[in-house]
Design a protein around this ligand. Structure first.
Ligand SMILES: *Cc1c(COP(=O)(O)O)cnc(C)c1O
Length: 385
């Protein structure tokens, strides 16, 4: 049987039994209020304090990363990561064509040029085969064994794979390509806290990994982010650069380079610490929600629910469905029918290289991205549903 827009609404209503339904709302079921009160009582509500230290320790423990450095959001974590790798003007960075705009913005903040490469349809991450072909096509090794763009002569400096909607991308294949071409990987794990590949947490494969604690993510600090790394030097530099590059001194203001005010306030860390204590509960509820959706959609031949790849544990942050063989007009009928019924569903992001700020940057053929853009929807995903 084929599902039409009304069927989609019915299925969602049957599964979640709630109307209206947002796409994603946070749940505060633990120590949030207690920690926030303690934080206020301590007067240390800003960038220094117990909860910042504690959350850095707990996040490192949970992800298995040696170091976790908290910052004020995921975007600044991406920007700082690229800065830590020395990326600037005259550099080029490869990213997937479909991701949240922050991935691309962070490249532009450094002055570097983004390249957009196609995604694969199993996980919606950057396609390793297309990535390798793209690097072979545009790149050539110089005498220092660095990869440079044969047209522009600029250095290709990093790859940023993204674990989309919490689903681990093909990071192992991508790591191999990074080694082959001598390129560091910054893993955008903004959406994948709680997602593992054979028990290794996403964001810990690359030289640097990025987490977001924005309000719509699986756990939140209000707004916030983190950098994960096993490299002590990078971790120290991340802390330093995020703290206006200020050297420690009891009273002098000595800043040894241009840094940023990117630290996460203690108040936000207090909220996120309480949230992190419940992350396994949230993941388990989201995994159950996925099973309920999967069962409910089984009768329809034209709708498929995105599921985790073998060997992975996805956090199922946003539930994702694919419509078969559709165009934008048909897709939009599903969107408007749902919105008319106060059910918030959303299409995947637009292909970034079609957006005004990025239209003139290089891109591979985007066969899969074009298909995915027209057919992919996120449906209500809060962990309490
Ligand atoms: C949320 C998100 C970010 C940025 O995080 P903020 O905390 O909102 O700045 C970056 N990349 C992806 C893929 C995201 O989903």
């Amino acid at each position: 049987m084929k599902a039409g827009p009304k069927d989609l609404v019915k299925v969602i209503q049957n599964v979640i039994g709630k109307d209206p339904a947002q796409l994603h709302e946070p749940s505060f079921i633990g120590n949030e209020k207690e920690y926030l009160n303690k934080c206020i009582e301590s007067t240390f509500v800003s960038s220094i304090g117990f909860y910042v230290e504690e959350l850095e320790i707990e996040l490192a423990k949970y992800t298995g990363s040696k170091y976790a450095i908290l910052v004020c959001n995921g975007t600044s974590a991406l920007h700082l990561s690229l800065r830590l790798l020395g990326i600037k003007e005259n550099h080029e960075v490869v990213i997937p064509a479909i991701t949240f705009i922050a991935t691309a913005n962070s490249v532009l903040y450094t002055g570097a040029t983004p390249h957009f490469v196609d995604i694969e349809t199993e996980s919606l991450g950057i396609d390793p085969i297309k990535l390798r072909n793209w690097l072979l096509k545009i790149g050539v090794k110089n005498k220092k064994n660095e990869l440079v763009n044969r047209k522009t002569g600029k250095k290709i400096s990093a790859i940023i794979p993204v674990h989309v909607f919490g689903h681990p991308c093909k990071i192992k294949e991508i790591m191999k390509i990074g080694e082959e071409f001598n390129l560091p990987i910054v893993e955008d794990a903004s959406e994948s806290l709680g997602s593992f590949i054979e028990r290794r947490h996403t964001g810990t494969f690359g030289k640097l990994g990025v987490i977001s604690f924005n309000g719509n993510k699986i756990i939140t600090s209000g707004g916030g982010g983190a950098i994960l790394t096993d490299n002590e030097e990078l971790a120290k530099r991340a802390k330093h650069l995020s703290t206006t590059a200020k050297r420690f001194h009891k009273w002098e203001f000595i800043h040894d380079e241009v840094g940023y005010n990117y630290r996460m306030p203690n108040l936000n860390a207090a909220l996120a610490l309480a949230q992190l204590e419940n992350i396994e509960k949230f993941v388990s509820k989201k995994r159950k929600l996925y099973l309920r959706y999967k069962k409910a959609f089984e009768t329809f031949e034209n709708i498929r629910v995105l599921e985790e790849k073998k060997g992975c544990r996805s956090n199922y942050w946003l539930q994702t469905i694919f419509l078969d063989n559709v165009d934008f007009k048909y897709r939009d009928k599903f969107l408007s029918e749902a919105h008319n019924n106060n059910i918030f569903i959303r299409p995947v992001w637009n292909i970034l290289s079609n957006l005004k700020p990025f239209i003139n940057y290089p891109k591979s053929t985007l066969t899969n991205a074009i298909k995915v853009e027209k057919s992919t929807l996120n449906i209500p995903s809060s962990s309490f549903l």
